[in-house]
Every structure is written in structure tokens, then in C-alpha cells.
Design a protein around this ligand. Structure first.
Ligand code: 6PG
Length: 472
């Protein structure tokens, strides 16, 4: 009996779609799920050209695979991954490879790599982005870890991933748990961009008083130009969706409380842990938390009533400036996420190739955008760029849009419209581009009350002063 090239554990929508994508590309693949209904669905949904087999037990699954076995896990992050590993590792042989394709926390991956290595098995963390549709037709794939194991998978990953200008949206992301780390930061950026788009929507809806049809037109226009991206595209479509239960549009019936599964929070925690400033991502995480205080917000809105929001004098200009502000704040969010990857790469010896990260984010993933093409060119010129804002070509875009971001942040602030994402993107930019920050005063205060010492601008060394208490 012919053995199967790959195995997939976890046949939920993502697992099944990725499996079919692999089979479509000429690889044979066996699937397993504890839920026998899902195994049956897999078999039923396969076409006659696909070499696909659903297996009823883990033993059948493992023995159906060629060696070294290449087993992809698509199960929820956390305990389910450990449970699968506990039951499968006793059945595996030296050199087999287990690839975790879920949104696992990178520190869990480190532990699992070590654990499986002690059993002579390879374990790899691999980020997959693109949702259900992407998994089926071509996601962006972020594998990391053991290079030898990666080399065995590379042809399959290149075949199933999205393509941009004929180039596959997958590449080796670095050592250890780099694949999970890059995917985590991808999601942090995803949170920031979604926050910023929601703020642009608010400005257009409550500021420019646009209705859903007009919003659709604005997003359509944006998506046809330099702002072309997956998130702008789906936002455009959302404004067209009619509600099945009422006469209106669905978006207007959706409760304003946003959920989160945790990858954004991990990104912020990580940035704090290794000392990287990513305020727009942080604010996007905390804004979702704040959105959940619905009852309190209703109460507070009655206590602190606001003036009516001013109507802009020139609607067309206002729309253009919202677009420019969104574009630049989005760019700044990418800059923060990429700066986190630079630092993490040093901190954890990941050796993340930034140029390849932006290259494979150009297609397939949730944060794909034409802007990434510009980042790709920037990293092609200088692969050691510590922050994308330092690139000359990027600075031209920034200078062109910065006044719009200032104007929109000011409009929002003076009209009581919350725009935390835009405000922090602007604040980050202003701090990052300021030669002398006022933190000399913070150092003086720290030394005053805690003898924490300070450095001077005019000579080397560490100093402490016995600060005088003013007499009057
Ligand atoms: C992707 C998405 C995917 C998932 C997020 C959603 O790249 O395909 O990022 O991984 O949709 O985890 O995250 P929240 O539920 O936390 O918004």
C-alpha cells in the first residue's frame, strides 16, 4: 500500500481546508480528528483527483504515513496541542517531524521543541494566516525552527502558499519558535490596523456624516489605489451587507463589543518584556478591552454629554485627509511591529530575515497590502534597518501624509471622538523623531527621590546628586 506524504491532525475548517489545498497540489495526505464526523466530512468533501484518506484511529493515521513522517497539527493553541503530542509521540519514530500550524505561544513551542528533541523528533512552529479561505486557496505561511526539517517541507509549502508576482508567500522565518513569533506580531499589527480602520469609519460616519453606501464608495476608492489591502477590501464589502433580520445594513446591528483570542495581548506583553515601544498595537489591544464596558460606557455617556460633532467644511478634502491619516497610521503600526521583530531576533537569536517577512506578508495573510511592497524594497536596500521609518523612500511617504494625521487627530480630539490608534501613532512618530525628549526631567526626579543615578550629556559616567530642597 502506498504511504501518504503528509498527515493532518485537526479537521476543523482550517485543518480541512489546508489539507485539501495540500492535496490539490499533488501531495497525498491522511487526516485524523477525534471527532469521527469530521473524518467523514473530510472524505465526503474530497474530489476524485485528491489522494486523501481519513483515518479512524491515531495508530492507523501514523502507520499510513511515509517516513520521516510529516504531521501538521491544526488544533486550538494551548492544552489541545500538548494533548495531541502526548498521544502521538509514543507512536512516532526517530526523525519524524511534527509541525504546529496553530496560533501557539512561542514559549510553548520552545518547550515542545526541547521535549520532542529529547525523543529524537523534530517539532516546528509554523504561522498560517489567511483565514478559512486563505487556507484553502493560498495562505501566507511562516515556518521556523529546525532547518533540516524545514527543507523537507519547503516544496510543499511553496506549492500551497499564496503567490505574489509568481513568488511564494512562505519563507524560513528563523530558528526556534521564530515562526510563531512572526505570526504573533502579524496579529498584533492586524489588531492595530483594524483599530485604525474603525477610527477612520467613525470619523467618516459621525464627522463627514457618510451613510453606508457612501462609506462603501470611499473604501472602494481607497482599495483601488495606494491603500489597497485585504482589510480595506473586506471593510468595503461589509458596508454593502444587508441585514437578513431587519431592513437595514448588518453593520449597524452589530453590538460594539470586540472579542480577542489573545495573540494581540501576547504581542504587547512581549514588547514590554523585551523593551520595545509599540503603542498603537498596545492601544488596539486595550481598546478591545474597553469596548467590553458597554453598560458603563452608556452610563458615562449620559453623565458626560458631548457637543455635536462639527461638520467639516469640505467633505471631499476631509475624506482624503482621513484616508491619508489612516494610511500613515497603518504604516507606523507596521513600523512598530517590525521593530519588535528586530529586537526579538537579537534577544532570542531567532535570526529573522525581515526582508522575507515583509515579502511573504504581501499576499495571503490578513495584513497583506500594497504598502508591504515598499517595505520589501526598503529591506532589499538595507536588510539591517532597525526601523522602517529610517528609510529614505518611506520618509517621503511619511512627510506627504503627516499633516493629515495631525489634522485628523486634532479634529477627533477637539470633537470628543475617541481615536486612540491615530493619536498613539502620531505620538509615537513625534517621540521617535525628537532629538531631545523631556525625560531628562524624569531622570532628575528618579535620582531625587530614589538615588537612581543619571547620565550626563556632556561627559561619560554615572552620576548622583544630593538634590537641594527649595527653601521658598
Ligand atoms: C490570520 C488571523 C487568525 C485569526 C486571529 C483572530 O492571520 O488568519 O490572524 O489567526 O483570525 O487569531 O484573532 P482575534 O480573535 O484575537 O481577533
Amino acid at each position: 500500500m502506498d504511504k501518504y506524504n503528509y498527515g493532518m491532525i485537526g479537521l476543523g475548517v482550517m485543518g480541512r481546508n489546508l489539507l485539501y489545498n495540500i492535496a490539490d497540489n499533488g501531495f497525498s495526505i491522511a487526516g485524523f480528528d477525534l471527532d469521527t464526523e469530521k473524518v467523514k466530512e473530510l472524505q465526503d468533501g474530497a474530489t476524485s483527483e485528491m489522494k486523501v484518506k481519513g483515518t479512524a484511529t491515531l495508530e492507523d493515521f501514523v502507520s499510513a504515513l511515509e517516513t520521516p513522517r510529516k504531521i501538521i497539527l491544526m488544533v486550538p493553541a494551548g492544552k489541545p496541542v500538548d494533548a495531541v503530542l502526548d498521544s502521538i509521540t509514543p507512536l512516532l519514530s526517530k526523525g519524524d517531524i511534527v509541525i504546529d500550524a496553530g496560533n501557539s505561544y512561542f514559549k510553548d513551542t520552545n518547550r515542545r521543541v526541547a521535549d520532542l528533541a529529547s525523543k529524537n523528533l523534530h517539532f516546528m512552529g509554523m504561522g498560517v494566516s489567511g483565514g478559512e479561505k486563505g487556507a484553502r486557496t493560498g495562505p501566507s505561511i511562516m515556518p521556523g525552527g529546525d532547518l533540516e526539517a524545514f527543507n523537507l517541507l519547503q516544496p510543499m509549502l511553496e506549492a500551497i502558499s499564496a503567490k505574489v508576482d509568481g513568488e511564494a508567500c512562505t519563507a524560513y522565518m528563523g530558528k526556534g519558535s521564530a515562526g510563531n513569533y512572526v505570526k504573533m506580531v502579524h496579529n498584533g499589527i492586524e489588531y492595530a490596523i483594524m483599530q485604525l480602520i474603525s477610527e477612520a469609519y467613525d470619523l467618516l460616519k459621525r464627522g463627514a456624516k457618510l451613510n453606508n453606501d457612501q462609506l462603501y464608495q470611499v473604501f472602494k476608492e481607497w482599495n483601488n489605489g495606494e491603500m489597497n489591502s485585504f482589510l480595506i477590501e473586506i471593510t468595503r464589502d461589509i458596508f454593502q451587507q444587508k441585514d437578513e433580520l431587519t431592513d437595514g445594513y448588518l453593520v449597524d446591528q452589530i453590538l460594539d463589543k470586540a472579542g480577542a483570542k489573545g495573540t494581540g495581548k501576547w504581542t504587547s506583553e512581549q514588547a514590554m518584556e523585551i523593551g520595545v515601544s509599540i503603542p498603537t498595537i498596545d492601544i488596539a489591544v486595550t481598546s478591545r478591552i474597553l469596548s467590553a464596558y458597554k453598560e458603563e460606557r452608556v452610563q458615562a455617556s449620559q453623565l458626560y454629554t458631548k457637543n455635536e460633532i462639527a461638520t467639516p467644511e469640505n467633505t471631499e478634502l476631509f475624506i482624503k485627509e482621513v484616508g491619508d491619516a489612516l494610511y500613515l497610521a497603518t504604516l507606523i503600526s507596521y513600523a512598530q511591529g517590525l521593530a519588535l521583530l528586530v529586537k526579538a531576533s537579537e534577544e532570542y537569536q531567532f535570526e529573522i530575515p525581515l526582508k522575507d517577512v515583509v515579502k511573504i506578508w504581501r499576499g495571503g495573510c490578513i495584513i497583506r497590502s500594497v504598502l508591504l511592497e515598499k517595505f520589501y524594497l526598503a529591506y532589499t536596500k538595507d536588510s539591517n534597518l532597525s526601523n522602517i521609518l529610517l528609510n529614505q523612500d518611506i520618509s517621503v511617504i511619511v512627510k506627504d501624509k503627516i499633516n493629515s494625521l495631525r489634522k485628523m487627530a486634532a479634529f477627533a480630539a477637539s470633537n470628543g471622538v475617541s481615536s486612540l490608534g491615530m493619536q498613539t501613532a502620531l505620538g509615537y512618530f513625534d517621540a521617535y523623531t525628537t532629538e531631545s525628549l523631556p525625560v531628562n526631567l524624569i531622570q532628575a526626579q528618579r535620582d531625587y527621590f530614589g538615588a537612581h543615578t543619571y547620565q550626563r550629556t556632556d561627559r561619560e559616567g554615572v552620576f548622583h546628586t544630593l538634590w537641594q530642597t527649595a527653601t521658598h
